[in-house]
Design a protein around this ligand. Structure first.
Ligand code: NAP
Length: 249
């Protein structure tokens, strides 16, 4: 009855894969989604299963509503009632100024990062909220410190999409506060993952780390630990909060 079930969007690598590993250690049955990298997703699942945990991977693009519905339906059938959602999947594109961006790019960024997170949150609330007969749960949205910094000269579109994620966190937290569902955000600083290669600069963390008060980039596990705390009962009075995990930036 007390089974813990978590969906992590974009769990095949980077921050999402670390969250999956920690969640399994805390006895969650874990469903990760991925969009392209099946081998990496299977490796995350295999590691958990070989250690005695429960995990599965679903290929699903969070920019496509029917794909998201398939993640949630699969979890309903195979794992049972959802107790945690981590809206982690997010993209950025090649570094450029706003005056160079075309609409197709803006649509890709906003659809994946904003609408994808909204639809996943909607599906989670439908299952967790006591208003809908659920037993409560917790949502963590992965934002970015870019929401505060703005991403000038690199990706203001991405930064703006994370600003929307922060507002989703604050508004949805208030909407469901009396329905057993907590909603919080984590805003990572610069973290060593492959996302920076998508922006055309794989070594970006090392270039900018001198601007971080702690003088280093972060590791994905340092974000995952913050996420796990927010999802846990230790954060039982925390909702609508945005936790910066940035080395002081
Ligand atoms: P990453 O290493 O690039 O991994 C991205 C993950 O998301 C992969 O599992 C990828 O799947 C999946 N994904 C990409 N597009 C998707 C889509 N349309 N639908 C479903 N899944 C999709 O990224 P990361 O650095 O771990 O970032 C995770 C989150 O942290 C993102 O929201 C990002 O904005 C945020 N963040 C990261 C940093 C940083 O410095 N790394 C800083 C601030 C915020 P495939 O493997 O199949 O491609």
């Amino acid at each position: 009855m007390n089974r813990k079930v978590m969906i992590i969007t974009g769990g095949s690598r980077g921050i999402g894969a670390e969250i999956a590993a920690l969640a399994a250690l805390e006895d969650y049955a874990v469903c990760i989604s991925y969009v392209q990298n099946q081998a990496a997703a299977e490796a995350v699942v295999d590691t958990i299963v070989r250690s005695g945990g429960e995990a599965m991977a679903v290929k699903a693009d969070v920019a496509v509503e029917s794909d998201i519905l398939r993640i949630f339906d699969t979890v309903d059938r195979q794992f049972g009632p959802l107790t945690a959602l981590v809206n982690n999947a997010g993209i950025l594109e090649k570094q450029m100024r706003v005056d160079q961006m075309d609409v197709a790019r803006m649509q890709r960024i906003f659809t994946t990062n904003i609408i994808g997170s909204f639809v996943c949150a909607r599906e989670a609330v439908k299952r967790m909220s006591t208003l809908h007969g659920g037993h409560g749960g917790a949502i963590v949205n992965i934002s970015s410190i870019a929401a505060r910094a703005g991403g000038p000269g690199e990706y203001v579109d991405y930064a703006a999409s994370k600003g929307a994620i922060d507002t989703l966190t604050i508004g949805l937290a208030k909407e469901v506060a009396t329905e057993g569902v907590r909603v919080n955000g984590v805003r990572p600083g610069v973290i060593y993952t492959e996302i920076h290669a998508s922006g055309g600069e794989p070594g970006r963390v090392d270039r900018v780390k001198s601007a971080v008060p702690m003088q280093r980039g972060g590791q994905p596990v340092e974000i995952a630990q913050a996420v796990m705390w927010l999802l846990s009962d230790k954060a039982s009075y925390v909702t609508g909060s945005l936790l910066d995990v940035t080395g002081g930036r």
